[in-house]
Design a protein around this ligand. Sequence first.
Ligand SMILES: [Zn+2]
Length: 248
Amino acid sequence: MVLLFLTYGLIIGSFLNVLIFRLPLGENIAFPPSRCNDCGNRLKPIHMIPVASYMYLKGKCGYCGKRISPQYPIVELTNGILYALLYLRFGLSPESVIFAIASSLFIVIGILDFRYQDIFNVTIWFGMIISGIFLTFVQLSSGNAIEYMLAGAAGFGLMALVILITRGGMGWGDAWLLLIIGMLLGPSLTAFAFFIASIAGGIVGTYLLTARKMGRRDSVPFGPFLIIGFYGALLIGQEAVRAYLSAF
Ligand SMILES: [Zn+2]
């Protein structure tokens, strides 16, 4: 079963690559079929096997030999591993399905935010729909829906405050992202995710400043860190929060 989730994740991962490439260009995500971005030759099925094709082709286009970005196999592998871990954590349940969809969406959001410093509206809408479905069908019956909704609202409010104070250091996309994360994780895990994101963002930001890879006026997108926090909260958050609480 783990292997099935892994395989599923790899296949979906290769679709995520299409999304990441075509969303910013405003292209249709289903048509035309995949081509080499350089020579335009249409890819054969043998060129489209997740990770394996990249290794078999040694990271080059099968027609023109142009280098293929390692982002392709990395996205596929990350998505595959996340699916396998989610299965190990949540079993075959509505949670693992919802979290798998959300994890895939967040890979797309994270990479696009990293590259373009922008969180696209269509990805936010999709995330709102997923978290809405999660609240309605999973958390409503367990009586947690209100608490989760408040966690989302609190996350949004917190980011809104940060945006107003820093005046453009962060974008509204980050606020919407934390709203979605809050609705998916509930109060304590959202706090954990935000904590991880702030630490990771702080470390990377400080490194970039001291290594002079960026100036004081440049900004680092916060979305990817929130997403790393989300994955951390999903996979180890419960234990971490419990250990923290029992230490006092
Ligand atoms: Zn080519």
